[in-house]
Write a protein that binds this ligand. Sequence first.
Ligand code: ZN
Length: 164
Amino acid sequence: MQLENMYQEIILDHYKNPHGRGLREPFEAEVHHVNPTCGDEVTLRLHVEYDAAGDPVVSDVSYEGMGCSISQASVSAMYDLVLGKTVPQALAAGEHFMTLMQAKGDPAVAEKLEDELEDAVAFAGVSKYPARIKCALMSWMALKDASVRALSANHPTAPTGGPA
Ligand code: ZN
């Protein structure tokens, strides 16, 4: 119970004081995602820079959004988590978050993912409410979408591979 309260505090804090909010330049991709069942929206810009090893690094994630506290707090927690990571690491964090959302509130899953997810683990309780899972996942879907676009923008010769 105490842990659940702490999780709620973390979510509320990100909602009230969102980290990294606002749309900034430069960026290689901008996406707009909506969660119509709840009325949540996010516009997300991704800026990728390449490190010495040639790996794409998340240099900035800037965003504007509106909607429920879960959807907006999720973007803020995601910002903290993925900034400075390589794009593959950021996408792996998204996979961990997806696992958390499929945990149906199982505290063992949350405990296992604590280190990987940092504040984003606070959304563990959301996985008990199927209707709210999409609220928490919206920002991560937007990031995944933006990553694909940003990488293809940086490598215009790479095949897009999208459906015709
Ligand atoms: Zn929502």
